[in-house]
Design a protein around this ligand. Sequence first.
Ligand SMILES: [Zn+2]
Length: 96
Amino acid sequence: MRSRLLWILLIFLGIGLLALVVRLAWKFLSGLLEGAAARRPVAPAKGARLVRDPVCGTYVDESRALTARRGGTVHHFCSDGCRAAFLARRPRCRRS
Ligand SMILES: [Zn+2]
């Protein structure tokens, strides 16, 4: 009787372990797929061009970004705060 109980316990343990392994494998596989998708650059909306905010580093839609011109280059910003922070910074040792 005791050994039968032990067997049932073992079977349950086996099922639990199997479920755990399957879950881990699934998590690993979906993680791989998601990781591959995440590594691809974000696809912008049709016709939109993404530009990088030099202050916070986020990518913004060029047509909707705030801009500031410095040294002949137009910089794009995600927000007024980033734009203000950029303008408050001194230009990097570039004199023309
Ligand atoms: Zn920003």
